[in-house]
Write a protein that binds this ligand. Structure first.
Ligand SMILES: Nc1ncnc2c1ncn2[C@@H]1O[C@H](COP(=O)(O)OP(=O)(O)OP(=O)(O)O)[C@@H](O)[C@H]1O
Ligand SMILES: [Mg+2]
Length: 297
């Protein structure tokens, strides 16, 4: 499989597919442009629609290293950029002879060798032949101060470490930022990126995804499961299933030897798709109707 930069939008789409990622034309266009314009790609969408996977597959398409920063509440620079390796610094000082120059030792312990490199520094200070793909995953979970810091990093692609100096990227990474939209990300950050919204797939696309990712499910089963999930997404649920759940469900049914769905099979495996007791209760009484509808689709 080729890993040269994709030459056209069709090329992006085809290479995603080769890696069993079913993206539509709009996503392929966004990726193509982000690469061409060297801008970060900001992907938003509901849970389990393939945001993280898109970045992983892109790294593979480009033959690049994937560097992932998983965001969470309270994430700080020590976890995202760098931290001094205190135990190692202490040890180094202890092992020094009394006679050795203390000032020299101090300079030594604040050098690259004593640095714990976290994902963002790793992505900036890379020596890779093909620049890495930097995935900043679920940015909506981080705090606003962290977002402000990212804004700066994404404009200059440099990190400054007081004891060492400024480190600038020789080759900027291809940045993919994802968000589940649990809160709005600041406009200033979005402005620096190309924006792409991934929606739930339609029936045809979801069948294709199941065929690509859960080939153990028979063709008819793949279609019925995809149709079932489409039905569930039309209901008023606390948490509607994403593509990840569709795949789990298809795999679960295939594991039970099913080649087609029926009411009792669906009832027994509902937990693959729904993860809240309230949703399970709400759906349970409608299973016969859902199954019938799915078989007609
Ligand atoms: N278009 C697609 N083609 C192939 N596989 C897909 C597609 N969309 C989703 N998947 C599969 O669905 C699963 C969930 O995808 P992923 O983890 O990327 O979702 P996400 O949008 O990052 O979700 P979350 O918001 O929960 O992190 C993965 O196993 C992925 O392979
Ligand atoms: Mg994800």
């Amino acid at each position: 499989m080729s890993t040269a930069a994709p030459a056209t939008i069709d090329d992006v789409e085809a290479r995603l597919r080769e890696r069993r990622y079913i993206g539509d034309r709009a996503l392929a266009t966004s990726i193509y442009l982000a690469l061409k314009l060297e801008k970060p790609l900001f992907i938003e969408g509901e849970a389990g629609v393939g945001k993280t996977e898109a970045a992983k597959v892109m790294a593979d398409v480009l033959g690049a290293r994937l560097i992932r920063l998983q965001c969470y509440e309270g994430i700080d620079l020590a976890h995202a950029v760098y931290e001094w390796n205190y135990p190692r610094q202490l040890l180094h000082i202890r092992l020094l002879n009394e006679s050795e120059d203390r000032r020299l030792a101090e300079r030594e312990i604040f050098s690259q060798e004593f640095l714990l490199r976290r994902p963002l520094l790793d992505a900036i200070d890379n020596e890779d032949e093909t620049p890495p793909v930097l995935l900043i995953d679920e940015i909506d979970r981080s705090d606003e101060e962290f977002e402000a810091f990212l804004l700066e990093l994404l404009s200059d692609f440099q990190v400054s470490i007081p004891e060492i100096g400024t480190i600038k990227a020789k080759k900027p990474p291809f940045v993919v930022i994802t968000s589940n939209r649990t809160r709005e990300v600041h406009d200033a950050l979005k402005r620096r990126c190309l924006y792409h919204w991934i929606d739930y797939p339609n029936l045809e696309k979801e069948v294709e995804i199941v065929r690509a990712r859960a080939p153990e499910a028979a063709d008819g089963l793949a279609r019925e499961v995809a149709a079932l999930v489409q039905g569930l997404r039309g209901m008023d649920l606390y948490k509607v299933p994403g593509v990840a759940e569709t795949l789990d469900w298809a795999r679960a049914l295939a594991a039970l030897g099913a080649r087609s769905i029926d009411t009792s099979l669906v009832d027994a495996t509902l937990g693959a798709a729904l993860k809240y007791q309230e949703d399970l209760e709400r759906v349970r009484e409608k299973v016969p109707a859902l199954v019938e509808q799915a078989k007609r689709a």
